[in-house]
Design a protein around this ligand. Structure first.
Ligand SMILES: Cc1cc2nc3c(=O)[nH]c(=O)nc-3n(C[C@H](O)[C@H](O)[C@H](O)COP(=O)(O)O)c2cc1C
Length: 355
């Protein structure tokens, strides 16, 4: 049987594609070991050639062009070995020398360097680093009014009862809200703590109906695929009691859509500034935003449009260092709006007290 040339080409490409770096390194180590044992090599080579001939005997393309294929393979092999060796060295260097390491990288480096050499090196380079905040930052007295313990108890209780009324709303009235209210709500969100005071959030406020329609189009198209293909049976089954689906009327009904982006890093005076714990900081800010929405007598819906981040980022002209975290429609609830009758866990179910 003669295998067509195109199939043989395809087999060759597949062969190269499926060889990952580790396999190549293993093969090269194996070959090196073999070279140290000449007789074995000759034996192995003869057997290999026989085997190859029995496999590729019916493949004239491979039979004719095997020296080129072999050369190509050897070039590929040496490039990959060279690349993997130097790329991994560069990556290690980057991690060690960069001004920013993620908490996981820090943990990894300290685990791998149980001796203190690394720390000594870092101490030597201290003068090369400049803080993002002013180095002569003044420390001022805390603006704090002490209240009585009775008032503290009352306030904590009142606030809990108030916050316990917050609900996620999926049916919005089209009634407008003054932009000033939205600005104050976002100002409140901006008071959130952030890793090293990097304030890694961008709030995009959309009131324009045309843009809201485009956002809805993007989200509904993706959500239909999410619900039908990506999320899987368990997830969609878990969502059934909440009566959610890919039709999102609230995206055009609510007067405002607030899209919250996390900034992975930023530039200040041309210097790259890393944003530590950017996702945690942004989520804390979102918590304050929702609290402020509730306090202002409005409602919101915390949503995470799956797979829509890049399209929405492009639509809203956000740079590539920003990633969409949440989208919150904000406004008044629709008349006779229903919400699922959910019960919240009791304090004892999620608190461990060590008093
Ligand atoms: C991270 C996160 C993502 C969420 N994503 C969605 C969403 O995409 N669509 C939706 O309708 N609700 C979403 N919700 C809302 C939850 O379903 C809602 O908070 C939960 O059912 C509890 O209801 P409650 O907020 O009224 O207490 C999300 C909530 C969180 C915290």
């Amino acid at each position: 049987m003669t295998v067509p040339c195109r199939t043989q080409n395809f087999i060759c490409v597949l062969f190269f594609c499926f060889l990952d770096v580790e396999n190549i390194i293993n093969i090269s180590q194996f070959l090196r070991n073999m070279l140290s044992k000449k007789k074995l090599v000759i034996d192995f080579y003869t057997r290999m050639m026989n085997k190859m001939y029995s496999i590729f005997g019916d493949m004239p393309f491979i039979k004719q062009y095997w020296p080129f294929i072999l050369t190509g393979f050897l070039c590929y092999l040496s490039t990959r070995i060279f690349y993997s060796k130097y790329a991994s060295q560069d990556k290690k260097k980057d991690i060690i020398n960069s001004t920013y390491q993620t908490p996981d990288e820090i943990a990894e480096i300290s685990e791998n360097n149980s001796d203190d050499t690394q720390n000594d090196e870092n101490e030597e380079c201290d003068d090369d680093y400049q803080p993002s905040l002013p180095s002569d930052l003044e420390h001022i007295p805390l603006n704090y009014d002490r209240i009585s313990i009775d008032e503290t108890i009352d306030r904590s209780n009142e606030f809990y009862n108030f916050m316990n009324l917050r609900r996620t709303v999926r049916h919005f009235s089209q009634e407008d809200v003054p932009i000033e209210v939205i600005r104050n709500i976002i100002r409140t969100a901006g008071t959130a703590p952030s890793g090293a005071h990097t304030e890694p959030w961008t709030y995009v406020v959309v009131h324009n109906m045309e843009i809201k329609k485009q956002i809805r189009e993007i989200i509904e198209a993706e959500e239909e695929i999410n619900y039908k293909k990506r999320m899987g049976k368990q997830w969609t089954t878990d969502l059934k009691p909440l009566k959610t689906n890919w039709i999102k009327e609230y995206l055009t009904d609510a007067p405002y859509l607030i899209l919250l982006f996390k900034q992975l890093f930023s530039f200040k005076n041309g210097v790259k500034r890393m944003h530590y714990y950017n996702e945690i900081s942004v989520c804390l800010s979102a918590g304050l935003l929702m609290t402020a929405v509730h306090y202002a007598g409005l409602v919101s819906l915390t949503s995470t449009p799956l797979n829509c981040g890049p399209a929405l980022r492009t639509l809203l002209n956000r740079p590539s260092n920003e990633k969409l975290v949440l989208l919150l429609p904000v406004g008044y609830p629709a008349e006779k709006c229903l919400v699922p009758d959910l019960q919240r866990k009791d304090l004892s179910e999620y608190t461990i007290e060590m008093l």
